[in-house]
Write a protein that binds this ligand. Structure first.
Ligand code: SF4
Ligand code: SF4
Length: 440
């Protein structure tokens, strides 16, 4: 197969060997879950339960508070014991609903719709919205919103993102190997919701068995294909994946719908299938617990809201003194101060590293080598944006493309002067948002 890619980007060692061969294992039912009302892009969900309420697994506990928002459901049965601020998987803290389990896992009634492929697009989208599904690659955009483009933006292509370009993570890979049929059904359902004629599954070359399996499953499907991609980070980013797979260029500041494409993660396609066929709310997901610091690197099917500490314990505990914890991948994930936070809908991984990996690099002066420019997949001048932020010239940073940066970290990764480019750019984005708020 001819492999495709996009311009720019980097090629970090993929480090998938830790957990790639670990089949998906069911994590034990947690005694307690903490479900955040903000696990997605958009307004936080509004709690519809109170402390003391009894809930069943799959019951709505917080509802979408606007068009771009999300429903949240109980992931175990039990009693609501707190509605308060708790540590968030992004390393901050935010409002969450805590449920103490009764150990029985009593579910709300689900269904099994035999003719689920022939439901109307409106019904499919309403089931996706009811199930509280958001992008599971980490971006967290509510899926039903993404599948409702305006009429003047017709969609002809759906791309499933099976790239998993972040090093270490293997949850999407295992899902493709173990649930290929459900993912393909999810792709077909997503295509129906947006009336697309073409479906693509993009997979990187380091997963040849997943590529071969999907190709075998798609044999005879005239409008569905697997596209093989060279190993390159950040190929899982929407604009880069669209270019690699279709050669279409999403304009700066634009969305994939501008070029007739919708991109969804393979995990999201799986959740869409379960929501439409069984009316199953998103109450669990696959998460990789991996890195040099865990005794048994694993891919777990775990309930949303399970404490990271419980997942680590289930994987045999830490194998060394931990110096760094990351929620998500090492390139775009979030450093965690402890294992107190609980996994959310976007938690694709939890990485544990020893003390050596936690060293703080000494920033030196810029060498004007332009390596950061060469690798930037958005064609930006990272050194210019970062120095504008450092010297508090926000206008100059915006002019140089501050808002087009997707914080992929490729520039920081290659910088020989160890300048924390993406961290400076992120600081600029926060300052810009604050300035916009203050203006309003
Ligand atoms: S400037 Fe932004 S988009 Fe470009 S490489 Fe750096 S982090 Fe990635
Ligand atoms: S890679 Fe680092 S040293 Fe080279 S131009 Fe960019 S900021 Fe300067």
């Amino acid at each position: 197969m001819r492999l495709r890619t996009f311009p720019g980007g980097v090629h970090p060692h993929d480090e998938k060997h830790y957990s790639a061969s670990s089949p998906i294992t069911l994590a034990p039912l947690p005694a307690k879950v903490t479900i955040h009302v903000s696990q997605h892009i958009g307004s936080p969900s509004s709690p519809v339960v109170a402390v003391g309420d009894e809930v069943k697994t799959g019951q709505l506990i917080a509802e979408a508070s606007g068009f771009v928002s999300l429903n949240q459901h109980a992931s175990i049965s039990g009693k609501v014991t707190a509605i308060d601020r708790f540590p968030h998987p992004c390393g901050t803290s935010s409002l969450a609903i805590q449920i103490t389990g009764d150990g029985e896992d009593k579910w709300v009634e689900l269904a099994d719709e035999a003719d689920y492929m022939n439901l109307s697009a409106t019904e499919m989208k309403s089931r996706i919205a009811a199930a509280g599904i958001c992008g599971m690659g980490g971006a967290g955009f509510p899926t039903n919103v993404k599948l409702s483009p305006p009429e003047d933006k017709p969609i002809d292509t759906v791309i499933l993102n099976g790239v998993e370009c972040e090093p270490f993570l293997t949850s999407d890979y295992r899902l493709m190997m173990e649930h290929a049929d459900e993912i393909i059904s999810g792709l077909k359902l997503i295509m129906k919701t947006v009336n697309a004629r073409q479906g693509i599954i993009g997979i990187e070359a380091n997963k040849p068995d997943a590529m071969a399996l999907m190709e075998k499953k798609l044999k005879g499907e005239a409008n569905l294909e697997v596209i093989g991609l060279k190993l390159r980070y950040p190929q899982g980013a929407e604009k880069q994946l669209i270019y690699a797979a279709t050669r279409r260029k999403v304009p700066a500041g634009g969305l994939p719908m501008a070029v007739g494409v919708v991109v969804q993660n393979v995990g999201t396609a799986f959740a869409v299938y379960e929501a439409i066929r069984y009316r199953k709310p998103l109450i669990d997901r696959i998460i990789s617990i991996t890195g040099e610091g865990i005794k048994k690197p694993s891919n777990l099917q775990a309930r949303i809201g399970t404490a990271f500490s419980e997942l680590v314990e289930f994987c045999g505990g830490a194998s060394m003194e931990i110096g760094k914890l990351i929620s998500g991948g090492p390139m775009m994930g979030f450093a965690l101060p402890s294992l107190d936070a609980s996994m959310g809908k976007g938690s694709s991984g939890l990485l544990l590293f020893g003390k050596k990996a936690a060293r703080l690099l000494d920033e030196k002066s810029c060498l004007r080598c332009a390596r950061c420019v060469d690798v930037c997949p958005m064609n930006l001048l990272p050194s210019l944006i970062a120095s504008a932020v450092k010297y508090k010239d926000l206008d100059k940073a915006v002019e140089a493309g501050l808002n087009d940066c997707m914080k992929c970290g490729s520039c920081s990764y290659v910088c020989p002067a160890q300048i924390r480019l993406v961290q400076w750019i992120d600081t600029g984005k926060i300052r810009y948002t604050e300035a916009q708020r203050a203006k309003k």
